[in-house]
Design a protein around this ligand. Structure first.
Ligand SMILES: C[S@@+](CC[C@H](N)C(=O)[O-])C[C@H]1O[C@@H](n2cnc3c(N)ncnc32)[C@H](O)[C@@H]1O
Length: 198
């Protein structure tokens, strides 16, 4: 596992990402994920997909971060909860259950030929769910493109996906497992998996 400080740091880009995440009520800043995104996010994205949209307060929804970071991008969101859906210009959301192979397969069919510059999995954080989602969605990632999985636990943490889980399947891919808060010993799940196509 790497630390976010092992990668190049652009303080301006990091502050911009942090400000945008905060403005939409995302919990990404609680994990300091702007530290990881600032290195791995491209400067331009035409299509972004995020799975797991909630912030559980009025009007806030992490899907709204992406058009702010990538003006003009077409943003797709997926969640299993109808309350998380957003209907806005340039934002399309879909009811998808990561725990159901059939639901994921239906979603893939709906996506058709659409390919994404950025895919973010911030949904159930269960390894089986995240893994089956990754296997299906990797072909939908553009080249170049980057796929993120949030909230990976440093070590065994009950139901939650762990660094060891991802370590087992990542070797064939260009990837990094990055701790966003290495300085906080008690923070168990602020680790992101980053997989990219060159
Ligand atoms: C951690 S919250 C997302 C936070 C948000 N992305 C942000 O940045 O603030 C997790 C979301 O995943 C959704 N979720 C949980 N299990 C899911 C599943 N099996 N399939 C799809 N969505 C799921 C929940 O409904 C919730 O909206």
């Amino acid at each position: 596992m790497k630390k976010w400080t092992d990668f190049s740091i652009d303080p301006y880009k990091m502050l911009k990402i942090q400000t945008v995440f905060h403005s939409v009520g995302s919990d990404k800043t609680c994990h300091n994920y702007e530290r990881v995104y600032q290195h791995f996010l491209p400067d331009f994205a035409g299509h972004v997909l995020e799975l797991g949209l909630a912030n559980y307060s009025n009007g806030s929804n992490s899907i709204r971060a992406w058009p702010k970071l990538f003006p003009g991008c077409l943003t797709y969101g997926a969640d299993w909860n109808t309350d998380r859906m957003v209907i806005e210009e340039n934002i399309k959301t879909f009811l998808v259950d990561q725990g159901s192979p059939a639901s994921l397969d239906d979603f893939i069919t709906i996506l058709g030929d659409t390919l994404f510059d950025v895919i973010v999995d911030d949904a159930s954080h269960n390894f089986l769910n995240s893994c089956r989602t990754f296997v299906r969605l990797l072909p939908k990632l553009k080249s170049p493109g980057v796929y993120f999985v949030e909230d990976v636990a440093r070590k065994e943490n009950g139901w939650q996906q762990t660094v060891a889980d991802w370590d087992n399947i990542l070797p064939p891919f260009c990837s990094a497992i990055v701790d966003a808060r290495p300085e906080i010993a008690g923070d168990v799940d602020s680790v992101m998996v980053c997989i990219w196509k060159p």
